[in-house]
Design a protein around this ligand. Structure first.
Ligand code: TRP
Ligand code: ZN
Length: 882
C-alpha cells in the first residue's frame, strides 16, 4: 500500500498563498509523441501573507522539467529541488518572472485530468487540481491570474485550436502547422483554464444581452454529431435570458463556446468562456435521446453557464468552500429547470435524488458537512452533500429571506465579491447584511453533517378549535461529530380541511388577516406551535415543497395518506404521501415475505391508485411520479438491515398485484396517451411518461399479448423515449423478442457511443438470472472500453448500483466483480475507480455474511501496491471503526 501522500488536508490549516501570479503566458506545442509546455509567470510576494521564508514552492505532477529560469536567468540545479509533487526554489525576490518548459504526454493520460486525448482530439480538465499536470504552478483557487495561451499544432489534424477568452492572433507555420493565440482578460484560478484541439465542426448562433452586447455562441462537436446540437443551443439561450431576469447577470465576453467530448470524468466543466462537456450532456436528437436526456442537457448547460458568475467571477478561496459555487449553482439550475418545465415534478426529482443518495451518504462512513473539515483527495468531495445538500441550504436561505430580499442579497454578493476568491461564510454574510437577519445558528447547516430527524406530534382541542403541533429534532452522530446542536429549520405548513383546502393559520385567537401557508422556524430541540379558530380537525400538510432537508416523521393514518394523495394542493407533499403509503405497504410485505406469510394489500390501496391513474386534471408527469413505486434501495433504506431478496420479492409482488387489479385502467391509459407527433414540450413529455408507466406495470403481468404490444412499440416508435421504455420492459422477459430487440438495437446504433451506453445499461439492469455473466460478456463488446467513463458507468456502474438484487447475490460474486474492476481502473483512472468503490461503502447495512464478503473486498483493495489516494480514502474510511 502506498500512503506516502495519503495524508489529510484540514480547513483549519488554511493559509493565504505566499506568492501571487498576476499574469500567465503559456504556450503549447502539440506534437505526436510529446507536448511541450512553455510558461512565463509574472509573480510577486503576497502582501497578505505572513510567511517570511524566501522559498517558492510550486505544484507539479508527472512533468518532465526541461528548462527553469527566473527573469531569464537559467537556474543551476543547486538552486531548486524536485519531487513527485513539487518544485521548490530556495530563494526568490519580491517580484520576478518565472519561466519553465516541461514535457507532458497527453496520449498516455488515462486519468483524464490535465491535458489528455479523447479520441482524436486534445482537451483539458483542470478542476480541481489538474493544472499541476500541465505546468508548474501554485495550483489553488485563491491564486487568480490573467492568461494568454498560445497553441501550435498540425493544421490538417487540428484545424480548431481553442482556449479561454478571445482569439487574438492566428498564423500559419512551416510544415503544415499553425499557431493560434487566445487572451482571457478576466483573472481566474488555474482550475478554470482550458484548451481544446481537434477536427471539430461548430453550430453557431448569437445572443444579445440586455445591455446590447453581442455574444457569439458556438457548440463544437465531432463532425458526425453536428446534427445533434439544436437542443443544447436553445437551452443555452434560455439560460442566458433567465440569468438576466432572475439574477441580473449578463455574460461578459464576446464569445461563449461549448465543446462536447466523449471521454470525461464528470458531467461538464465551466472553464471561462470555454465550457467542456461530457457529450452525453450536449448531443440529442429525438431518435437518439430520451426525454430525460433532453431535460438533463437543459439543466447541465444552464448549470455550467451559471457558473460564469457563481464560480468564475466569484470563486472559492479553497476547496473546502466548494459548495460556495456548487450548492449555489445547483440551486440556480434547479430553479431554472423548474421555470422551463413542471415546477412540482422538478422538485420531486430533486428531492428523490437527495433522499436516495445524499441521505445515504450522510448516514454512512463518508458523511461530511456541506463545508468539509478535511480531505485526503479533493476529487472525492464532489459529492451529493456538497452539491445537492448545498443547494438545499441556499434554497432555505432564499426562502427565509423571501424572493425580493434574496435578490437584494445576491446583488450584494456579486457587487461585494466580484473578482474575489471567497468562503461560504462570506456568502451567508451577504444574506445577513441584505436582510438584517442573524443567521449564526443557520450556519450549522454548513458545519454539521448528518440528516436531522424531525418528529411531529399534534393534539387537537375540539372544544376550542386549537391545534397544537410539536416538533422535536435530533441529528444522529456522524464520523468525527458526536454532539450535534439544534439546526435552524424552516418548516412550511398548511392545515387542510376535508376538501383539501388550506385553512387560515391563526397563531392566536385574536389574529387577523391570517395567511394559509406559513413557514415555521424551528430553532430549539423541541418547540410547539398553536393554531386557533379551527372549525374542524385539519390534516396537517407539513414541510410543503420539502422546505428543509430533514427526515420528517408524523404518524399519518393510511386514510390520511390516501386523502393527501388525492387532494393535497402541494405537488411535492401529494407525491410524498403516495410514496409514504407505498413504502409503508412495501415494508409490511417485506415482513410477510420474511415470515413466509401470505401477501395482501391494505384496504383502499388499489382504489387510491385507480383514482390517481384516472385523474384527468393533474399534470401527467406528476401522476407518473405519484404512481411509481419506491425503488428497492429506497425500501432498503428504511430497514435496520437490508434484506435484498425480500425487498425484491415484495416490490415485484406489489407491482404485479396493482397491474392485475388495474389492468383495464392501465390499458386504457396506455391507449389514450398515444401521441401523434413527437414534441419536447412539458405536455407531451408527461403524456409519454404516463403511457410508459402504464406499459411498465402491464409488462409485469408477463402476458404474451402485452409482450407483443411492447415489441410493437419498440419497432414502430419514432423516438428514443418510447424505444427505451419498451426495451426496459422486454429485457426482463425471457422471450425471443428480447434478443431480437437487443440485436436490432445494436445493429442500428453500433456506431453511436451514447446510444450504445443505453444498450449496455438496460442489460445491466435486467432482473433475469445470469445478468452478471451477461455484463462480463458485454465488457468484451467492441463498443465497450474500460477507459471510457461513460461506458464504465453504463455497464459496470449500472449493474452495481441499480441492480441491487443481482449485485448483492449471496455468493459474493457481485462484490468480487466490483473489486476486480476497481483494482483495474485504479491504475488507469483513480477518480472513476473511487466513485465505483463508493457503491459498497454502506456495507454495514447488510447481513453478517454479506458484511464479511464486502469487508474482505475492501481489504483486497487496500492490499494493492500503488493504490491511489482516491481509492485509499474511500476504502480506508469505509472500513474504519465507527
Ligand atoms: N465544476 C464541475 C461542475 O460541477 C465539476 C467537474 C467537472 C469536476 N469535471 C470535474 C470535478 C473533474 C472534479 C473533477 O460543474
Ligand atoms: Zn458545478
Amino acid at each position: 500500500m502506498r500512503t506516502d501522500n495519503a495524508k489529510s488536508i484540514y480547513l483549519k490549516d488554511y493559509q493565504p498563498p505566499h506568492f501571487l501570479v498576476d499574469q500567465v503566458s503559456v504556450a503549447f506545442d502539440l506534437q505526436p509523441q510529446r507536448t511541450l509546455v512553455t510558461s512565463h509567470l509574472k509573480m510577486r510576494r503576497n502582501p497578505a501573507s505572513t510567511e517570511q521564508s524566501p522559498e517558492l514552492v510550486l505544484d507539479g505532477e508527472k512533468l518532465k522539467l526541461l528548462r527553469l529560469a527566473i527573469d531569464d536567468q537559467e537556474l543551476p540545479e543547486a538552486a531548486y529541488q524536485l519531487d513527485d509533487h513539487t518544485l521548490t526554489i530556495a530563494e526568490v525576490k519580491e517580484r520576478f518572472t518565472l519561466s519553465t518548459q516541461v514535457e507532458i504526454r497527453p496520449q498516455e493520460n488515462t486519468a483524464l485530468e490535465g491535458l489528455y486525448q479523447s479520441g482524436k482530439m486534445y482537451c483539458t480538465q483542470c478542476e480541481a487540481e489538474g493544472f499541476r499536470r500541465i505546468t508548474y504552478f501554485p495550483d489553488r483557487p485563491d491564486v487568480m491570474a490573467s492568461f494568454e495561451t498560445t497553441i501550435i499544432a498540425d493544421k490538417a489534424a487540428y484545424p480548431v485550436l481553442l482556449s479561454n477568452g478571445n482569439c487574438v492572433y492566428q498564423q500559419d507555420l512551416p510544415e503544415g502547422r499553425h499557431l493560434v493565440r487566445w487572451e482571457d482578460p478576466f483573472p481566474k484560478p488555474c482550475y478554470l483554464f482550458a484548451l481544446v484541439a481537434g477536427d471539430l465542426r461548430f453550430q453557431q448562433d448569437s445572443y444579445t444581452t440586455g445591455s446590447g452586447r453581442q455574444v457569439d455562441l458556438r457548440i463544437y462537436v465531432e463532425p458526425e454529431n453536428i446534427d445533434k446540437c439544436d437542443h443544447a443551443m436553445v437551452s443555452l439561450k434560455h439560460a442566458m435570458v433567465w440569468d438576466e431576469e432572475h439574477y441580473g447577470r449578463e455574460y461578459d465576453l464576446d464569445i461563449f463556446m461549448i465543446v462536447a467530448v466523449n471521454d470525461f470524468n464528470m458531467g461538464a466543466m465551466e472553464n471561462k468562456g470555454l465550457n467542456i462537456f461530457n457529450s452525453k450532456y450536449v448531443l440529442a436528437r429525438p431518435d437518439t435521446a430520451t426525454d430525460s436526456d433532453f431535460q438533463h442537457i437543459e439543466g447541465v448547460i444552464a448549470h455550467e453557464y451559471f457558473h460564469n458568475w457563481t464560480g468564475n467571477r466569484i470563486t472559492c478561496r479553497d476547496w473546502f468552500q466548494l459548495s460556495l459555487k456548487e450548492g449555489l449553482t445547483v440551486f440556480r439550475d434547479q430553479e431554472f429547470s423548474a421555470d422551463m418545465g413542471s415546477r412540482g415534478v422538478k422538485r420531486i426529482e430533486d428531492v428523490r435524488l437527495l433522499r436516495s443518495h445524499q441521505f445515504a451518504e450522510d448516514a454512512g462512513p463518508m458523511a461530511h458537512p456541506v463545508r468539509p473539515e478535511s480531505y485526503i483527495e479533493i476529487n472525492n468531495f464532489y459529492t451529493v452533500t456538497v452539491y445537492e445538500k448545498g443547494a438545499e441550504v441556499v434554497r432555505m436561505q432564499a426562502n427565509l429571506l423571501g424572493a425580493e430580499t434574496y435578490r437584494k442579497a445576491t446583488d450584494l454578493y456579486f457587487e461585494r465579491h466580484d473578482g474575489e476568491a471567497v468562503t461560504t461564510d462570506d456568502f451567508v454574510r451577504c444574506m445577513e447584511d441584505a436582510s438584517e437577519r442573524d443567521l449564526s445558528q443557520f450556519r450549522l447547516w454548513y458545519s454539521q453533517s448528518g440528516t436531522p430527524q424531525v418528529r411531529v406530534s399534534t393534539s387537537y382541542d375540539e372544544q376550542q378549535g386549537i391545534l397544537e403541533i410539536t416538533f422535536s429534532q435530533t441529528t444522529p452522530e456522524t464520523p468525527g461529530q458526536k454532539q450535534k446542536q439544534p439546526f435552524h429549520i424552516p418548516i412550511a405548513l398548511a392545515l387542510l380541511d376535508s376538501q383539501g383546502e388550506s385553512l387560515p393559520l391563526k397563531t392566536s385567537a385574536a389574529a387577523t388577516g391570517a395567511s394559509r401557508e406559513q413557514v415555521l422556524e424551528l430553532t430549539e430541540a423541541t418547540q410547539t406551535f398553536a393554531f386557533h379558530d379551527l372549525v374542524q380537525q385539519p390534516v396537517p400538510s407539513i414541510l410543503r415543497g420539502f422546505s428543509a432537508p430533514v427526515k420528517l416523521e408524523y404518524d399519518y393514518s393510511d386514510d390520511q395518506l390516501m386523502f393527501l394523495m388525492a387532494r393535497e394542493s402541494d405537488d411535492f407533499n401529494r407525491w410524498d404521501a403516495a410514496q409514504t403509503l407505498a413504502r409503508r405497504t412495501l415494508l409490511k410485505l417485506v415482513a410477510a415475505c420474511q415470515q413466509g406469510l401470505p401477501l395482501a394489500l391494505p384496504g383502499g390501496f388499489v382504489e387510491a391508485y385507480r383514482l390517481a391513474l384516472t385523474d384527468q386534471q393533474a399534470d401527467k408527469a406528476l401522476l407518473s411520479e405519484l404512481l411509481s413505486l419506491p425503488s428497492e434501495s429506497n425500501i432498503g433504506d428504511q430497514m435496520t438491515q437490508v434484506d435484498v431478496e425480500a425487498v425484491h420479492q415484495a416490490r415485484q409482488w406489489l407491482k404485479r398485484a396493482l397491474a392485475e387489479a388495474l389492468r383495464d385502467d392501465f390499458a386504457a391509459v396506455y391507449e389514450q396517451n398515444q401521441s401523434d407527433a413527437y414534441e419536447i414540450t412539458s405536455a407531451s413529455i408527461g403524456q409519454r411518461r404516463l403511457k410508459n408507466l402504464a406499459l411498465n406495470y402491464l409488462m409485469s403481468l408477463e402476458a404474451p399479448q402485452i409482450d407483443r404490444l411492447c415489441m410493437a412499440q419498440f419497432e414502430t416508435a419514432d423516438n428514443m423515449t418510447d424505444v427505451m421504455a419498451a426495451l426496459h420492459g422486454l429485457v426482463n422477459r425471457d422471450i425471443p423478442e428480447r434478443d431480437r430487440a437487443l440485436s436490432d438495437f445494436e445493429a442500428k446504433w453500433r456506431k453511436d457511443p451514447l446510444v450504445m451506453d443505453k444498450w449496455f445499461a438496460v442489460q445491466a439492469g435486467s432482473n433475469l438470472p445470469g445478468t452478471l455473466s451477461g455484463v462480463k460478456a458485454l465488457m468484451e463488446h467492441p463498443a465497450f472500453s474500460i477507459r471510457n467513463p461513460n461506458k464504465v458507468r453504463s455497464l459496470i456502474g449500472a449493474f452495481c448500483s441499480t441492480n441491487l438484487f443481482a449485485f448483492h447475490a449471496s455468493d459474493g460474486s457481485g462484490y468480487e466483480f466490483l473489486t476486480d474492476q476497481v483494482i483495474t481502473l485504479d491504475t488507469l483512472n483513480p477518480q472513476i475507480a473511487a466513485r465505483l468503490l463508493r457503491i459498497m461503502s454502506r456495507w454495514r447495512r447488510y447481513d453478517e455474511s454479506r458484511q464479511q464478503l464486502m469487508r474482505k473486498a475492501f481489504e483486497r483493495v487496500l492490499a494493492q501496491t500503488d493504490i491511489s489516494k482516491d481509492v485509499f480514502e474511500i476504502a480506508s474510511k469505509s472500513v474504519a471503526e465507527e
